[in-house]
Structure formats: C-alpha cells, structure tokens
Design a protein around this ligand. Structure first.
Ligand code: AMP
Length: 290
C-alpha cells in the first residue's frame, strides 16, 4: 500500500494503477463504518484509494477542528487490512498553500439548510475539499456513507452541476449493536452520554413506525415525536425533521406512495458531543406496493 503526502506523488501513484479506482475520502479516526466503505469500494472497482485529511475549511471557528481525533498509525493499519491500494494523507499546507485564493462552490437551497444552517460555511468547505481531492485522485467511483445524508446530496448536486465524470455510490450506515451510528466523535461520549446517545436512533425508529406501521402522513406530528424521543434522552435538539429524500425540502404531507420514501434527519448535542443520523422511511412499503 502506498502512502503519499503530496499531490504530485498521489497523481504519480494513481497513473500507475491499471483499471478502475474507487475513492473513499475520510477525516481519519477510522472505524468499521469507514472499513465498510473501503470493502464496498473493492467490490465496485479494481483498486481503492483513501484520503485521510482533517479538513480545516469545513469546521466553524467554535468547532472541534483542533481536538478532532487523529490516529494516523491505526488508520493506516485499518486501510492496509481493508485491502486499500494507496492512501493520500496531506498536511494542511499541501492542500491549502498560502497562494490559494479560496475557491468557493455554493449550492443555494441545499448547503444552507439543516447542517448548513447550524454550521454556516460547512458545506462550502466540504465542496472545496471534495472537488480538490477528486481532481487529485482522479477516481471512477466515489464512496460515501449514508450517515452524512445531506453531504451525499450536496456532493451529488455539485458533481452533477459541474459535470464531473465520477459515479457516486452511497452505502448504508454502519451501527453499534444498540443502533448508534458509528462516528469518530463517539469516543468523546462519557458513559452516561453514551447510554443516552441511542436516543437518536430511537427517535428515527419512532418516525419509521409512525409512517410505515401507523400510516401517519402529517410530518409535524412525526417531527414532534422525534424531538420528544431525543429530549427524553437529554439531547439538546438541533433539528428533527422529515424531508424530501432528494431536495431535502419540507413536505406538506408524507406521501406513502412516494417511491423513494422520505428521509428523517436528526441532529443534537449531548454535552460537548454533537451527533447526527438519518433514516429513509416508507421506501420498502412503497416498493412492496408497486
Ligand atoms: P468522515 O471521516 O467522518 O468524514 O467520514 C468519511 C466517510 O465515511 C463519509 O462518507 C461518511 O459518511 C462515512 N461514514 C462515517 N461514519 C459512517 C458509518 N457509521 N457508516 C457508514 N459510513 C460512514
């Protein structure tokens, strides 16, 4: 497995790879969720290339950039075990040299809602780093985790708008046995908050049952129930919403026959740790009914 820290070296290694490449961009502190994307990438392409880069431009001034976990030695071992061909792990100066102007990609209506509203500028930073990484690695396929649902929609829209010749594949969220979505930030939950963290998954389960079993069509009623489930587990709720699965716009009613279902998205804070999660509702029902 090659390990490159410069753009030039990464391009050279990429050119030496015969066949197709699947790319898994990460911020490191890798866990089974990341490993799952890498293994999926191996099924989809001849080679998998991973990037490990804690991207400063997607963190707000009061966010956790400085204390984001950095575990590069363990990360490289995990990549090696997952059969990755090469890893690009640049320093900040390599990705953002002083002469950079600070190119901005904006996606009005998509990057300024939900996560983008709570974390202004977050998706501008994500788009900047993703576009640059894609230009450096030159993959055929990019693999993304459904856990970051809005990020998937934002990146997809950017790549479509800019006619980037890369196929996006979204893989399901990998969870702990109690349902908590795996996340690099989970390690910062103390024992009590770790117990309460399942409240996020429970809230999504409540929404799923209301829509799929009870046939609830009023988004407000489902959203209120999600919020209550989170608050019962001491979450300070940032949002708990039902949205259109592609545009992420609010819905007047939950249309049970919407073939793509709807998406329930939730985010909140437990003490110092911020968690997000999501679940598609109604798609299976819709499929069975077709
Ligand atoms: P991150 O390192 O948090 O930027 O994540 C890198 C990629 O891994 C993103 O596409 C995430 O959506 C994905 N990812 C993170 N956690 C999980 C998970 N629990 N299951 C599946 N994919 C995940």
């Amino acid at each position: 497995m090659w390990i490159a820290t410069t753009i030039q070296e990464t391009r050279k290694q990429r050119q030496a790879l015969a066949g197709s490449v699947a790319f898994v961009p990460t911020m490191g502190a890798l866990h089974d969720g990341h490993a799952w994307l890498m293994r999926a990438g191996r099924q989809l392409a001849d080679h998998v290339v991973v990037s490990i880069f804690v991207n400063p431009t997607q963190f707000g001034p009061n966010e956790d950039f400085a204390r984001y976990p950095r575990t590069i030695n363990d990360d490289l071992q995990l990549c090696e075990k997952a059969g990755v061909a090469g890893v690009f792990c640049p320093e900040v100066e390599e990705m953002y040299p002083p002469q950079d102007v600070g190119c901005r990609i904006s996606l009005p209506g998509l990057d300024d809602i939900l996560e983008g509203k709570i974390r202004p500028g977050h998706f501008t930073g994500v788009c900047r780093v993703v576009a640059k990484l894609l230009n450096i690695v030159g993959p055929d396929i990019a693999c993304w985790g459904q856990k970051d649902y809005q990020q998937c929609r934002v990146v997809d829209a950017m790549m479509r708008d800019l006619a980037m010749p890369i196929r996006n594949v979204v893989l399901p969220t990998v969870r702990e046995p109690d349902g908590l979505a795996m996340s690099s930030r989970n390690r910062y939950l103390d024992a009590e908050n770790r117990r309460h963290a399942t409240g996020l998954y429970k809230a999504l389960g409540v929404a799923k049952a209301m829509v799929e079993q009870d046939g609830q069509t009023d988004p407000q009623i489902v959203e209120d129930a999600m919020r209550q489930a989170m608050e019962a587990h001491h979450f300070a709720v940032d949002y708990a919403v039902i949205r259109h699965p592609l545009t992420l716009t609010p819905l007047d009613s939950i249309e049970p026959r919407l073939t793509r279902g709807v998406v329930a998205l939730a985010a909140g804070r437990l003490g110092p740790v911020r968690l997000i999660d999501n679940m598609i509702l109604g798609r299976e029902t819709a499929k069975q009914e077709e």
